[in-house]
Design a protein around this ligand. Structure first.
Ligand code: GYE
Length: 306
């Protein structure tokens, strides 16, 4: 699929930047919007994009990165499925002198020379925002608040950080109890399945905290099938801000959504161009985002871009 040429970069000498992008998968509405953003921005920026979908498997991403190295792309960007286990392959990229941009999710390597920059959201902050909403909601109210948590993909940065940020926000008040916490792998199907199990094992659930909208939407189906009202009998907090979640908020089924912006494409192309030229870039580029509640949902819905 790549051009032939004198062993130089995969661009074949037409001057176009070649970006190898190893995506996580297509697990959620967020991810679909993220992929679309990266593709569209590459097109607009005149960047040749080599896109690979890892189907939520680290081994597939490692293979994709190795193939990008072999093809001698100019820049490699990837959204690491999990936080650990990247040093070997990233050393290979470093040895090949191909700069790496972490997109959306971070890694936990101590060797920060293995990548040039990290472009993404602050997931600890998102978890905190979710917890802060909850403490505000139950302010001055007595009695235990039983929380079930649907975690994202095990070992992923957003699952680890959203969990930690939320725990930090609610830990000051012992009435908040996380009675069950399990992964739903960021998908609707798994979110529904795990929520069904929670509803069987936990007699008294007050709140669901889902690490993304898709799991929340799957869980809402389980709650309704169990004869309960999501948003009322069980309050629902989620993260991302996809259109379907705004609709569910407008319908009263989700109480609050913490925004996580997937539209990183333009910033990614900008960073890729700079690092390929050896220009210095900040080690960390964050994305701006907010919190939305039910009273804002209907008004915000028509403007949601993902
Ligand atoms: O929240 C979730 C997706 O890494 C921020 O991955 C991303 C997360 C997002 O599957 O929906």
């Amino acid at each position: 699929a790549c051009s032939t040429g004198g062993g130089g970069s995969a661009g074949g000498g037409d001057g176009r930047l070649v970006l190898g992008f190893a995506q996580v998968g297509a697990e959620s509405g967020w991810r679909t919007a993220n992929t679309k953003s990266v593709r569209e921005s590459a097109e607009e920026a005149g960047v040749t994009l080599k896109f690979s979908d890892a189907q939520q498997k680290q081994e597939n991403q490692i293979k994709a990165i190795r193939s990008f190295i072999q093809q001698r792309v100019d820049v490699i960007a990837f959204s690491p499925v999990v936080e650990s286990g990247w040093d070997t392959v990233l050393k290979e990229a470093k040895n090949a002198k191909i700069p790496v941009v972490l997109t959306d999710r971070a890694i936990d390597s101590k060797d920060t020379s293995l990548y040039t920059t990290f472009l993404g959201s602050d997931f600890v902050e998102e978890g905190k925002k979710a917890g802060d909403w909850l403490t505000e909601e139950y302010k001055g109210k007595d009695g235990t608040v039983n929380i079930v948590e649907l975690q994202g993909t095990t070992g992923s940065a957003p699952a680890n950080d959203r969990r930690a940020g939320f725990a930090q926000a609610v830990k000051g008040d012992p009435k908040f109890k996380v009675v069950a916490s399990q992964t739903g792998d960021f998908t609707r199907a798994k979110g529904k399945e795990v929520m069904q199990a929670f509803l069987k094992s936990q007699p008294d659930i007050d709140v669901l905290y889902a690490h993304n909208d898709d799991m929340a939407l799957g869980a809402i189906q389980a709650i309704e099938e169990a004869g309960k009202k999501p948003g009322t009998d069980i309050k629902v907090i989620s993260v991302d801000g996809i259109k379907d979640a705004f609709q569910a908020m407008a319908d009263g089924k989700i109480n609050v959504v913490v925004e996580c912006n997937p539209l990183l494409g333009d910033q990614l192309m900008d960073l890729a161009k700079k690092v390929s030229k050896g220009e210095s870039v900040p080690a960390r580029v964050k994305v701006d985002e907010g919190v939305f509640t039910q009273d804002q949902a209907a008004a915000a819905l028509p403007d949601r871009k993902y």
